[in-house]
Design a protein around this ligand. Sequence first.
Ligand code: ATP
Length: 667
Amino acid sequence: MPAFDLDTELTAERHHLAASRAALARMRGRAEALFSTGDKVAGDAYTAEQLGRHMARRVKELADDPTTPLFFGRLDIEEAAYHVGRRHVTDDAGEPMVLDWRAPLSRSFYRASVRDPQGVATRRRFGFVKGELTSFEDEHLDRGEELGTTSRILTAEIERPRVGPMRDIVATIQPEQDELVRAELTDSICVQGAPGTGKTAVGLHRAAYLLYLHRERLRRSGVLIVGPNTAFLSYISAVLPALGEVEVQQATVDELVARTPVRAVDTPAAALVKNDVRMATVLHRALWRKLTKPTEPIMVSDGSYRWRIDAEPLRRIVDEARREGLPYGVGRDRVRARVVGLLQRQSEYRTGNSPSEGWLRKMSKIGPVTEFLEAAWPAVTPEQLVAEVLTDPPEGLLTDEERAAVRWAKPPKTVKSAKFSPADLVLIDEAAGLLERETSFGHVVVDEAQDLSPMQARAIARRSEHGSITVLGDLAQATAPWAAAEWRETLNHLGKPEAVVVPLTVGFRVPASVVQLANRLLPALGVDVPEAVSLRRDGDLVLTPVADPSDLDTETLAEVTAALTHEGSVAVIAADAAVERLRGHLTAAGVDHATADDVDSEARVTVVPATMVKGLEYDHVIVHEPADIVAAEPRGLNRLYVVLTRAVSRLSVIHAKPLPSPLDTAA
Ligand SMILES: Nc1ncnc2c1ncn2[C@@H]1O[C@H](COP(=O)(O)OP(=O)(O)OP(=O)(O)O)[C@@H](O)[C@H]1O
């Protein structure tokens, strides 16, 4: 057996990397050539367009980012070596040079262990610097060697400073994460994970995995990622394209339901009622109450003959359509069609001929038929229905106080001129769902789902009725006034009561000392969730009391300057009211800084209002006056828990007021 020479081995791997890159470039070249000749080879315009779209996508999918490694691992199975990377690369003969991480064989890269080696003799992980292969680390599973989370390369990857948008974690997905990523398409799952346990990463990788395995089906029905705000969505927006997935839709709940513009804000009391699940019944009742029993016959003339349908058969038609449980608008169309059907039968009986298409169209629009429909099953728009409910909230389900909270102080003259709030848009969406069926995505990933109101959850349920969902969240990070204390209720509203709740507790972001501080808040948050344990032994935590409150901002500024001497991103997180002032100080001091939704900014410092920071992370987090963050909102302690758990390497807490009581013991 030849001596194992590290340098020779590394050189061979570098050659394989270079050869794989060249092969990928050739694959892309072929796709580009096909793209440019597509319209010449296609038989017709439609095929040319389809082919063009397919090839354009293919070219995008085959893009090579020279700063990320094309492969990050290798499996030695029965004398053969398989490199595992971000996508399949094949040589000119079609032989695999790099296996996609999602391929069935690649699964062993994440799951094989000494106890269950899955045929793997050696698992190799590669270390990279800026796309250059610099090292590797072998685990000889066949000799009982296993590194697990002590892998140097894994640790280095986890501890790498954060800059710019979120990265993929394909190289280091952990077994318990992999189990969730590779769950069946038909499985709806709910991940309850402490901060930084990789929920977002798992959700995005699951989307990529499902698209790989069920490409055609999911391309047709679509995959949707729902996030809490646009800052979060832009933070995660680069992950899927880096994995070759360029066609996944991302939206906030507000964007999903944006049928009409938002032109009003609600009082907290009104928002609370409007987001309550009883509003679904209120709208349902208000809509179906519109039906009235037909008491008059329909009499029409088509110019040649007169026709009559008695009230009794009309009543039967309406009752039957009602019993069929269709959406209101579909039911209305069906009633119209059946009425015209009766007229058609009479005509056939009398004339012995089938009436023409034109005759049928005329009859379906003719005055007496439309008048009958308007009385028995009136047309209504979603906006109209909501406007009616807000003008005069019906009795029965809401208390008088609640009805007063949502009642429009001054009803608009017309529905068109109505000013709707964000919560109204959710109601309008609910109403639209009562009128017509929503089209359902094949899979929906819902991040930060702990904050969904029942009515928002129902909006997502309508879009995933025929698909599955991945629900990601942490009850301890719930800051919305309607947030549930347990998952079952939210899962019911999401239309997936069967979803299993799986915990993730190993944290990859927050250093142990910071996790311990944040965990002090948990007992005060009133939720039953497992505590996080951190994989990170590094990291600093500094609590800085400031004697004179007027020095608080100066201290914060000094901390920013000190933080800039380290590598990585820096965030100042403060109560929303203090943000503008702090930005002013930074500008005056000449410190370049960005806002949270500007992920492409060159600035290393970001000033983030506490209410915007959910799901984000920064190397060095400077928390400005925690007491103010807590005091700013009813679930302020939950907000502080979110804020404290954004730090990757260092957390500085600067305070002039006493620390909020659960933290105080740590001071
Ligand atoms: N297996 C892993 N290998 C390397 N890094 C990982 C792994 N899992 C997660 N991470 C990293 O840990 C950080 C936290 O991950 P992520 O944002 O997905 O956590 P989260 O559970 O959604 O957090 P939060 O609840 O705070 O929003 C990210 O930087 C992510 O890339």
